[in-house]
Every structure is written in structure tokens, then in C-alpha cells.
Ligand binder design. Structure first.
Ligand code: NDP
Length: 454
């Protein structure tokens, strides 16, 4: 049977673009790709990239305060949101252009419109065309969700936050995950009076408990008004501001409210129902480890599958799909060891098992150190960093590493290489310390802080 394309990709984000490029440039596939918004997806347009640039911007006041304490005659002045936003938009347009030109160089045909499925091999484009493809890859990502009760009340999500006309003077952020915690630190750093409501007992559920407690304490010390065990009870717009009554009985008016209460796969309205493809919990597209759906010609990668919603994961899933289907090199991305960084202030780098998960699986030794780092201890700051290794008591293998410290995202990348190779605690101990650094602690912790038996 003749198809218009060997592969049609729906979605121009990290996963879809990688799959399209590899299939076309490495394996000579005829590839079409549809994107209804801007090329680059969540990561480039309204996620990791603009967020990280805001993290950089928000760090400067603390750095200038440190510079002063070190003896510099330095003043931070005020923050010009408009200037930052203009530069940010320029940068995002530049990156979007690179994504587009890389696809074009690879020979991918781009359709700048929405696409839906109308058959196991057929795609209907919003510009009126229908195209056929031997394989279809759904890489439509996800979107933030606001609890139903609070929809339509003018609150922001991470989608709108980069488009604000002006910085609010006061902001309420609801949620305790990656996004809520990162933005609480960003806005606090930018000088916005920031309150964060989290309904549970401690932010960053699912991560190492000691690290969560450490980050939460440091965030409070840095000025975030973090209210644990707190949710919104009532909310109203009053004179252009938002009045909020909390479940703990306090009421306050904020310039803006942002919900970071989770994300949902973009699987609605794609035509999957009509094809008999049943969706999983929350609208995720169910796939096997090769990212193939129950319909053999249709695959899905990235956040729309709700496996691990991280850019590098989507990229690896997209690459493995292209190698498997077009390169004759079947393989899949193994989701079992995913290093990640949460860009709170202080930053959190983490890989492998938390202390809690590890001790449920067998005997473990925990090596943990929390201390005042040289750079800020020198100027009398109480800021502390935390390093933790979770070690299997039977095999001596390092099962997890958790670092709360400036640049811990950079550090955890390298720890992940060692842990991925099966490094033991003895391997860490044998490694010579790099002095004076924060991370030398990782190779100098000799005595277990605590141990758990079988
Ligand atoms: P998460 O699922 O991580 O967190 C959602 C938070 O909202 C949780 O604290 C949850 O509470 C809370 N919540 C959910 N529903 C409600 C509700 N109805 N009312 C009040 N609170 C609610 O989602 P995020 O949006 O923070 O992030 C989504 C994903 O994006 C992450 O899991 C991550 O994979 C990715 N991401 C990665 C980043 C990185 O790599 N640095 C940065 C940003 C995002 P509870 O814990 O009680 O369920």
C-alpha cells in the first residue's frame, strides 16, 4: 500500500521532533509533522527553558547581597520585567527557529496546523488536507490543570506565567510539586511577596523525605510564605485582585493566583475514541515499552503517555521509537533510573531510590550530611546543604543519591553516571576528594548515619 508518508508525527515538542529528525535524517524515512502552536513544545516555549532563565534572573538579589557581605559596594536596584520578557521572547523565537530549521534540514515536511486521527494510518489536518502514513506518532504533550471549582476565575497556570504584563506585588501559588515549588522560589527571588499553599504535610511528595524537609525549611528561611496542610476554601475577584480564604481560616488578597496542581495529557479530541483506542487514567495513551499503542501503526511518546513527564525522557522515547521502527535497532528507554533536578532555591538533584523506598526493599545504610557550605558560612549565613547516599547493605551498591545545594542539578548528572554503572559505596570512598568543594562530602562520608535491617 502506498502512503503519503512513512511517518506522521503529531506534535512538535521534544519527543516528536527527535523522532521525526532521526527517522528522516538517519533512516531516510519520509516524515511529516504537524504542530498547531509553536515549534519546541512545552520545554522550549512554556516550560524548562523560560523557567530556567527566570531562575537565573531570580538568583541575582541573593548574589548581590552576598557580594556586599564579601566587601563589594554593590546595589541590586529594581527588576525590569518588561526588559527581561522582551529578551526572553527573543530567545524563545530563536530556539523555535532552530527546531524548525533542524526539521527542515532533516527533510521533514512541516504542517503548521492541528492534526487529528481519522484512521489507523490517516491524519486529518486543520487546513483541510488528509494524509496517510505507515506509522503515526502521537507526541502532543500535556497541559496544566486547574481544579474545576476554581476554573474561569482568572488564575494563572505555568502557561500564562511567562506572558504577564507586569510582575504582581503579591502572589499565591497553589500546589506542592515541581512547578509550584520552583515558581514559589522564582517569584520570591524576584521580590514578589510569595505565598504557597500545599494541601499535604510536606511539598515534593514522592521524593526523599529528608530532602523535602530540608528544601521546605530553606525556602521558608529565604522568605517564601509556605503554608503546609492548606488549601483554598473560597476565592473571589475583588477590585482587580483575588481574595482568598484558606482552609485554615485565614483570608488575604493577592495581586495574582497561580495554580500548579498537576498536568494532564493532551489526548482529547485526537480521534482516538473513534479508533477504539481506550485511554488510561487521566487521559494518558497506554503504550508498551516500545511506545506502541494497541493499534500497531500508532505509537505515542512523551507526556501524552504520562510515564515520566520530563523532557529528556520524551527525547529518549522518541529516539528509541525511531531506531526501533525505522532503523532496525529495536530498543526501548528504561525508565528505572531517572536523574532529575528541581530548580528550587536551594536546588535539588536526585537519582535513584529515596531512603523510604529503599528501606522497604531490603537492608540499607544511609550516609547523610547537612552542613553550612564555605561560600555562605563565611558571611555568617545559616544556609545549609544536604548530601545523601542510600546504599544497599548486602551488595554495597549505591541505590540513590540526593543533593540539596546550589548547582546540584549539575552534580547529580555525574552521580547518575556512576550509579547507572552500578557504583558501590567502596567506589565512592576510593575516589579522591576534590577540595575545597561541597561535593567532596559524597566521597568522604565514612560512617553510616543510620541503618535499616531486613
Ligand atoms: P505534580 O503532579 O508534580 O504536582 C501537583 C501538585 O498539585 C501536588 O502537590 C498535588 O498535591 C497538588 N494538587 C493536585 N490537585 C490539587 C487540587 N485539586 N487542589 C490542591 N492541590 C492539588 O505537578 P506539577 O504541575 O508540579 O508538574 C508536572 C510534571 O512536570 C512533574 O511531575 C514533572 O514531571 C514535570 N516538571 C519537571 C520539571 C523539572 O524537571 N525541573 C519542572 C516542572 C515540571 P498532592 O501531592 O497532594 O497530590
Amino acid at each position: 500500500m502506498n502512503f503519503d508518508y512513512d511517518l506522521f508525527v503529531i506534535g512538535g515538542g521534544s519527543g516528536g521532533v527527535r523522532a521525526a529528525r532521526i527517522a528522516a535524517s538517519e533512516y531516510g524515512a519520509r516524515v511529516g509533522l504537524a504542530e498547531e502552536y509553536r515549534m519546541g513544545g512545552t520545554c522550549v516555549i512554556r516550560g524548562c527553558v523560560p523557567k530556567k532563565l527566570m531562575v537565573f534572573a531570580s538568583n541575582f538579589p541573593a548574589e548581590v547581597a552576598q557580594a556586599q557581605a564579601y566587601g563589594w559596594d554593590a546595589q541590586i536596584g529594581s527588576f525590569d520585567w518588561t526588559a527581561f520578557k522582551t529578551r526572553l521572547e527573543g530567545e524563545l523565537a530563536r530556539l523555535e527557529g532552530i527546531y524548525r530549521s533542524n526539521l527542515q534540514k532533516a527533510g521533514v515536511t512541516i504542517h503548521d496546523c492541528r492534526a487529528t486521527l481519522c484512521g489507523a494510518h490517516d491524519v486529518r489536518l486543520a487546513d483541510g488536507q488528509t494524509v496517510s502514513a505507515k506509522h503515526i506518532l502521537i507526541a502532543t504533550g500535556g497541559r496544566p490543570v486547574v481544579p474545576e471549582k476554581w476554573q474561569g476565575m482568572g488564575a494563572m497556570t505555568s502557561n500564562e506565567v511567562f506572558q504577564m504584563e507586569a510582575l504582581p506585588k503579591s502572589l499565591l501559588i497553589v500546589g506542592g510539586g515541581y512547578i509550584a515549588s520552583e515558581f514559589a522560589c522564582i517569584f520570591n527571588g524576584l521580590g514578589v511577596k510569595t505565598t504557597q499553599f500545599y494541601r499535604g504535610a510536606q511539598i515534593l511528595r514522592g521524593f526523599d523525605e529528608e530532602a523535602r524537609g530540608h528544601i521546605s525549611q530553606e525556602m521558608c528561611d529565604n522568605g517564601v510564605d509556605l503554608r503546609l496542610g492548606t488549601d483554598i476554601l473560597e476565592m473571589e475577584t475583588r477590585d482587580g485582585q483575588t481574595w482568598v480564604k484558606s482552609t485554615t481560616g485565614h483570608d488575604t488578597t493577592y495581586d495574582a493566583v497561580m495554580f500548579a496542581t498537576g498536568r494532564r495529557p493532551n489526548s482529547d479530541g485526537l480521534g482516538l475514541d473513534a479508533l477504539g483506542l481506550e485511554l488510561g487514567p487521566g487521559g494518558a495513551i497506554p503504550v508498551d515499552r516500545y511506545s506502541q499503542t494497541a493499534i500497531p501503526s500508532i505509537y505515542a511518546v512523551g507526556d501524552v503517555t504520562d510515564r515520566a513527564n520530563l523532557t529528556p525522557v520524551a527525547i529518549r522515547e522518541g529516539h528509541a521509537f525511531a531506531d526501533t521502527v525505522f532503523g532496525g535497532k529495536p530498543h526501548y528507554f528504561d525508565h528505572s533510573l531517572i536523574p532529575t533536578a528541581i530548580f528550587t532555591q536551594p536546588e535539588f538533584g536526585t537519582v535513584g531510590l529515596s531512603e523510604e523506598d529503599a528501606r522497604d526493599q531490603g537492608p540499607v545504610d544511609i550516609y547523610c550530611a547537612a552542613f553550612r557550605p564555605m561560600r555562605t558560612a563565611f558571611i555568617g549565613s545559616d544556609q545549609r546543604v544536604m548530601m545523601k547516599l542510600v546504599v544497599c547493605a548486602k551488595t554495597d551498591k549505591v541505590l540513590g543519591c540526593h543533593i540539596v545545594a546550589d548547582h546540584s542539578g549539575e552534580l547529580i548528572q555525574l552521580a547518575a553516571v556512576a550509579i547507572g554503572m552500578g557504583a558501590t559505596k567502596a567506589d565512592f570512598d576510593r575516589t579522591l576528594a576534590v577540595h575545597p568543594t561541597i561535593s567532596e562530602e559524597l566521597v568522604t562520608m565514612r560512617t553510616a548515619t543510620r541503618s535499616y535491617g531486613e
